[in-house]
Each structure stands twice: as C-alpha cells, then as structure tokens.
Write a new protein. Structure first.
Length: 225
C-alpha cells in the first residue's frame, strides 16, 4: 500500500508558487494570451478571487456569451463597453479568440480594486483594452459611441428599463440575467427567459436563450435597444 503523507506547513504555503508554475507551463503549451495573463495575475495579485472568477459556471456562461455573440452579430467591433467587468475575464476570452477583431474594449466596474487585475489579465491586448472605475449610471453612452454594450449582471440592476433608457437608440446589446432568487445581492432576478425579454423590451432580438446551471438558469438576450 502506498504511504500517504500529510503536507507540512511549508508545502501548504507553497500552493501559490505551484499554481503560478502550472499556469505558466500551460501558457507555454497552449500559446494562449488568456492563460499567460492569468499567470501574471496569480503572481501580482495573490489575493484575487480567481477561484470564483474562473470556476466552471463563470467560464461556461462566458463561453456561451462569446459563442452566441459571434453567431448573432459577428466578431468585428470598433468599440465594446462591458459593464460590471470585474476581472475582465470575458474580454480576455474574446481577445484570445482569433475570430474576434475588436478595436477597443472598455471594462467598467464600480469596484476600484478590480481594474488593475483586469489590466494585467488583458495586458496582451495593449491599447485595445481599458479598465475603468466608474458608475454605470454616470456614463455618457452617446459620447462613447460604442457599437456594443454588454451587461451580464442585469440581476443586480433595480431598474433595468431605466438603465437601458440611457443607451442611444439602435445600440447593440448583450444582456444576461438569471433566476437565482436565493442570492441576496440579486435584487432583480427573473423567473423565465420570456420575463427577461419583456423586461428589456429590445426593438430587435438577434438571439434569446437559456443556459441551465446546477442551481439556477442563466438567461441571455442579444439585440438592439
């Protein structure tokens, strides 16, 4: 029988260095700008909540968003504005995908602690990526002139129609919400895809669908306000 040993304290504290080495090795193997950025984040921001940002549910919902976006609107965009961008995982996934040609992607979040992480994760994109600390309600959307606005956290917006009214007419959007009512921070969940479509009331819908997760269903609508 193989003898199992209990890791000593020194080995336990080396997990961060080991994770960095593993991710850096995967970066060399895959040539992925996202994985290379992740290695840099691990090295520079050891306290970042990467376990949540890169868990299978988060990654799965972003893969779904990226695929349906490409199928619905194509991959060429001059200017994308992402609201509630957090660590910038979705931008990194899009920049890592050769099908996408993005002139500028702005990741905007009200939390001042996340911009540095997002910039590090998306460093390969250079000037095509910006991370900014701002309130989504205070943005001048008309002045920005984005050809796509993404908000994958609509369940956190108390007055979703009110926020959508700030966008110039004919703006293309990708919106996500869910039916996870048990989460206290989800102040505006919807019970169904149909309810979400009624709530956002887009003038044109290019895609509408639902993605079943373990504890909830995520809803997504892509189209034009």
């Amino acid at each position: 029988m193989m003898k199992t040993t209990r890791p000593n304290e020194a080995n336990t504290t080396d997990w961060h260095e080991s994770a960095f080495d593993i991710i850096r090795g995967l970066s060399a193997y895959t040539g992925s700008s996202l994985i290379d950025g992740l290695a840099k984040v691990i090295a520079k921001y050891p306290d970042a909540d990467l376990g949540t940002a890169f868990n299978h549910k988060q990654v799965g919902s972003k893969i779904w968003a990226r695929e349906k976006l490409f199928e619905s609107l194509g991959g060429k965009f001059k200017h994308i504005v992402l609201l509630g961008g957090w660590y910038g995982v979705l931008p990194a996934m899009c920049f890592d995908d050769g099908r996408f040609d993005i002139g500028l992607l702005e990741s905007i979040d009200i939390d001042p602690e996340v911009a540095g992480i997002a910039r590090t994760l998306n460093a390969h994109a250079g000037e095509r990526f910006r991370a900014m600390t701002q309130d989504m309600y205070a943005l001048d959307y008309a002045k920005r002139g984005a050809d796509l606005v993404i908000n994958t956290s609509c369940e956190h917006i108390a007055d979703l129609p009110g926020w959508l009214s700030l966008l110039p007419r004919k703006t293309q959007v990708l919106l996500q919400s869910n039916d996870y009512f048990a989460e206290p921070t989800h102040i505006n969940c919807v019970p169904s895809l149909e309810a979400f479509q009624d709530q956002v009331a887009l003038s044109h819908v290019a895609f509408a669908g639902a993605l079943k997760m373990k504890n909830y269903t995520r809803f997504m609508v892509i189209g034009t306000v």
